[in-house]
Design a protein around this ligand. Structure first.
Ligand SMILES: CC(C)(COP(=O)(O)OP(=O)(O)OC[C@H]1O[C@@H](n2cnc3c(N)ncnc32)[C@H](O)[C@@H]1OP(=O)(O)O)[C@@H](O)C(=O)NCCC(=O)NCCS
Length: 247
């Protein structure tokens, strides 16, 4: 059974946390995920999404420390991301581990792994890879319609806005969501390689077709991590996910 089939085959929800002889907590659990970007079909990559509500449950005590003062909504999305990312890691053969957060808010992936996490109000998406094959990646999920025209000036360059204003309302709604999401995926990927801040006006997104777009720097702030295509996938009727990965 390959990874994608494994994810699809996991029906329902089972949890059996136990402590080993050293008192370490082990969480053996499975959650019903929907795999994303399965056409990329890399044995080194797992990408999935699921409802934040369906992902609630136990996380490691060390992980709880990272959200102890957070608002309940933030706790729920954090828990969802941890549970999903850890399960994807395990499906790649990594032992379970507590996925702590750095001072810069980035997840601290275990040795040999890398990944990325994103949440909308209702859905969590995560991607995890073997770092030797895929050194860095960025994922983002967005609800369609969230990137309203009044936000375009702060997110898009003049030429990107010209492109959007030439589209019909429905086309522009989809394109703006994809382009925003692509910038977020790019940012996460490049940050994990460089630790640099990149602003929304430092890069431009070009849509290639329904399932791919490309990002290019328009200022020296954006480093060289713009070359790989960004993959686009509709998630249900109301979300879009983007994924960028280095090979
Ligand atoms: C980091 C950022 C992209 C995250 O966006 P967000 O609105 O919180 O939305 P998402 O839910 O998609 O992503 C959150 C997750 O990203 C991850 N993350 C946070 N900071 C990150 C960083 N600097 N690099 C990579 N991943 C990061 C975390 O896993 C976080 O989830 P968690 O705290 O539950 O683990 C955004 O807040 C940000 O700081 N942007 C900077 C400027 C920018 O976006 N530029 C784009 C132009 S290129």
């Amino acid at each position: 059974m390959n990874g994608s089939e494994l994810l699809k085959a996991v029906i329902g929800y089972a949890r059996t946390g136990f402590r080993d002889g050293c008192g370490h907590l082990h969480l053996q659990e499975t959650v019903n995920f929907c795999s994303l970007f399965s056409d990329l079909s890399s044995p080194h990559l797992r990408v999935a999404c699921a409802g934040i509500a369906s992902l609630q449950g136990v996380i490691f005590p060390e992980e709880r420390l990272d959200i102890q003062n957070a608002h309940p909504k933030r706790r729920r999305e954090f828990i969802a991301g941890r549970r999903m990312a850890r399960q994807l890691s395990q499906s790649l053969g990594f032992p379970d581990y507590s996925l702590r957060r750095s001072a810069q808010r980035t997840p601290l992936w275990r040795h040999g792994a890398t990944g990325s996490i994103s949440h909308s109000a209702t859905i969590c998406a995560a991607a995890v890879a073997r770092k030797a094959a895929i050194p860095a990646l960025g994922i983002d999920i967005e609800a369609l319609g969230r990137v309203r025209p009044e936000l375009w000036g702060s997110i898009f360059t003049e030429s990107e806005q010209e492109f959007l204003y030439a589209l019909s309302t429905i086309e522009a709604c989809l394109a703006a969501t994809v382009m925003f999401s692509a910038k977020e995926s790019f940012y996460k990927l490049q940050y994990s390689m460089t630790g640099n801040w990149v602003g929304f006006h430092d890069v431009e997104v070009k849509l290639i077709d329904e399932s791919r777009c490309r990002i290019a720097p328009v200022s020296s702030q954006a480093d060289v991590w713009h070359q790989p295509d960004i993959h686009v996938e509709r998630v249900g009727s109301d979300h879009v996910a983007t994924l960028m990965h280095m090979k």
